[in-house]
Design a protein around this ligand. Structure first.
Ligand SMILES: Cc1cc2nc3c(=O)[nH]c(=O)nc-3n(C[C@H](O)[C@H](O)[C@H](O)COP(=O)(O)OP(=O)(O)OC[C@H]3O[C@@H](n4cnc5c(N)ncnc54)[C@H](O)[C@@H]3O)c2cc1C
Length: 457
């Protein structure tokens, strides 16, 4: 791997894989793409809520990177250090540490979930950032319902049946809607659990949901969720979380055994070791997405702070510097747009042509609020209900790589419209654990605390 003509991309998410695929068709033969990512797959994060709600299997919201690439080299590894002077990076691979040389290096390694925003979040809340998180939450929900069946204390049953989602952004709204539908569908298989014992609460600290969308669509999302029985609480900020409750800023204590956290992100730990200029935890880039502090280095996706020059096209000449500068938001749509723009700039740099500043006009935004319901803004068009939900599904189906995957998801979605949600709780018990004297740790739930009365068997 000692080539000096490598374009090395770190991170196999939306940004990294789109860039690799786009470059494959455009690079001169003198160069090749090496994509380094710690997982062997790309996760379609916008579909994670569907895994929580059992609308799709976890395997179907990921796409194997090797199947997405035709000519590029893929290395499954975690990048640990970069030596900008020698133009090398160190990667922890399955075969031990390896050094990879680069001519151009692209950072596209995203961000991590931030569980330090509220005291107790790290210990007691379940983040939703990875496919493993989504599967864990789904299993936890099923454990909770199964345990309610076995408990007789009404307070404990209510606590176990209350699911609190923190954050009224896209993922919070989508998880709350999916969860409400999943609970309703699953309950019929748990005859000792009453509908009133299962409740989803969505906490949001602003006065409306989905701040990125017009106020009318935020209101439509809240109405849609409330129509499904979700307890939507606006202007409600969590002060602390513990094993059996969320305490709000106003002092109210909501007894709950499951808190799902969809707020906050923090820089990837790699960022701290790179010693590059950061703003708001993201790598500062020049207009063409190069990193001014390091020769041959570029950054895109959630880990980069990239100015969006689309607004400049319509900016009045006399506006001056007082006009607010707009930055690309950390969304899948912008990660993909940045990747396309960077592919152009990399080829331009290699062929000694001028690069272009990043400019992208948003095509719109959308969110689901549960089965058959959603909200969307596409250009000047505002949609809610079934049309928005269909549009959401069509868009993500189009984004899915390979025809085989598209067909599988489409079949699964169609199946889900006619049959009940899958309530299988996979325990991953292995043969040598099957006869262990104590139950699997996955079945032992840290509840209730001393605050709750003991339950009858
Ligand atoms: C639950 C959820 C729901 C979302 N819903 C939406 C939505 O509805 N619409 C929307 O537009 N956006 C949504 N987003 C945001 C969107 O997913 C991100 O903006 C997008 O994934 C960013 O792409 P990326 O390639 O920059 O980063 P990521 O997709 O996070 O990919 C980063 C990659 O880098 C790899 N990596 C990290 N560190 C290293 C390392 N040291 N070495 C090697 N590899 C590394 C990771 O394994 C990962 O593959 C959602 C996000 C989440 C978490």
């Amino acid at each position: 791997m000692n080539s000096t003509r490598n374009i090395v991309i770190v991170g196999g998410g939306f940004a990294g894989t789109t860039l690799a695929r786009t470059l494959e068709d455009r690079l001169p033969d003198s160069h090749r793409v090496v994509l380094v990512s710690e997982e062997s797959y790309t996760t379609f994060n916008p579909m994670l809520a569907e895994v929580v709600g059992a609308s799709v299997f976890p395997e179907h919201v990921v796409a194997p990177i090797r199947q997405m690439l035709a000519r590029s080299r893929f290395v499954m590894a975690r990048v640990t250090e970069v030596d900008f002077a020698r133009r090398t990076l160190s990667a922890a691979t399955l075969a031990g540490p390896q050094t990879i040389h680069y001519e151009h290096l692209v950072f596209a390694f995203g961000t991590r979930a931030n569980l330090a925003l509220v005291p107790g979040l790290a210990e007691h809340a379940l983040p939703l950032k990875l496919v493993g998180d989504a599967l864990f939450i789904r299993n936890r929900v099923l454990q909770r319902i199964a345990r309610i069946e076995l408990e007789s204390d009404p307070a404990l049953r209510r606590c176990l049946g209350r699911f609190v989602v923190i954050g009224g952004g896209f993922s919070g709204v989508e998880v709350a809607g999916e969860l409400a539908d999943f609970l309703r569908s699953a309950r019929r298989y748990y005859p000792r659990v009453q509908a009133a014992e299962l409740q989803v609460t969505l906490l949001h600290d602003a006065d409306r949901l989905l701040f990125e969308l017009p106020a009318s669509l935020g209101a439509a999302a809240a109405a849609s969720l409330r129509g499904r029985g979700v307890d939507v609480r606006l202007l409600s900020r969590a002060r602390c979380v513990d094993a059996d409750a969320v305490t709000l800023e106003n002092g109210e204590r909501i007894a709950t055994g499951t808190v799902i956290c969809t707020i906050g992100s923090k820089p990837n730990p790699l960022v701290e070791r790179l010693d590059l200029p950061l703003q708001r935890g993201r790598i500062t880039t020049a207009p063409d997405m190069s990193v001014p502090a390091a020769e041959g280095v570029w950054a895109i996706g959630d880990c980069a702070l990239i100015r969006n020059h689309a607004g400049d096209l319509h900016r009045p000449a006399q506006a001056g510097p007082a006009m607010p500068v707009s930055y690309a938001p950390p969304t899948a749509q912008f990660a993909v747009a940045e990747a396309h723009a960077l592919a152009h700039n990399l080829v331009a740099r290699i062929t000694a042509q001028p690069t272009r500043p990043f400019a992208h006009v948003s095509r719109g935004m959308m969110a689901t609020t549960g089965h058959l319901k959603g909200v969307a803004q596409v250009g000047g068009l505002r949609l809610s209900g079934l049309p928005a939900w269909l549009l959401w599904r069509a868009y993500y189906l189009l984004l899915m790589p390979t025809l085989g995957r598209k067909v599988r998801i489409w079949l699964e979605w169609t199946w889900g419209m006619f049959f009940a949600a899958d309530i299988t709780h996979l325990r991953f018990t292995r043969t040598h654990e099957a006869d262990a004297p104590t139950p699997s740790p996955a079945l032992v739930i840290p509840l209730p605390s001393a605050a709750l009365p003991p339950s009858q068997p």
